[in-house]
Design a protein around this ligand. Sequence first.
Ligand code: 4NP
Length: 160
Amino acid sequence: MPFRICFVCLGNICRSPIAEAVMRALLAADGLTDEVQVSSAGTGDWHIGEGADERAVAVLARHGYDASAHRAQQMVADAFADNDLVIAMDRANLAALRKLAPAGEEGKLRLLRDFDPDAPGTDVPDPYYGGDEGFDEVLTMVERACHALLEQVRAELQRD
Ligand code: 4NP
């Protein structure tokens, strides 16, 4: 059974698809594609079935990542059982996930930037209503946190 990670934001069209694409690429570069499975979801239902925001797809493509196949889905309580880590992009997402989590599953929750030693406790800001530069900022934050997350996942895999 692979180790399973789900990234969660609000709409599942900007931040969490960026995190999913970055993490998938880092895992592939490390030869861990079969060992670790990544997905993403949103706490909201507005964009279910849609592709990622074109600004997210574009910033990813400029940096060599691919999110062209993304389809947005909503996080549901049952999905906790299907994941080892559920990683929120900001503190509002984390609060929503704490409410959604079935009893005993709260321990799977993390805040993405808690993995970044330079940014614990902080949010990946919602770029949806801003300009393109917000998407570049999100990608930089996500890359830093995902490199640190990869180290932790590697350590986790070695323990098993
Ligand atoms: P995301 O960004 O949570 O990073 O996917 C958003 C996308 C859509 C909305 C809000 C945030 N929205 O309100 O539709």
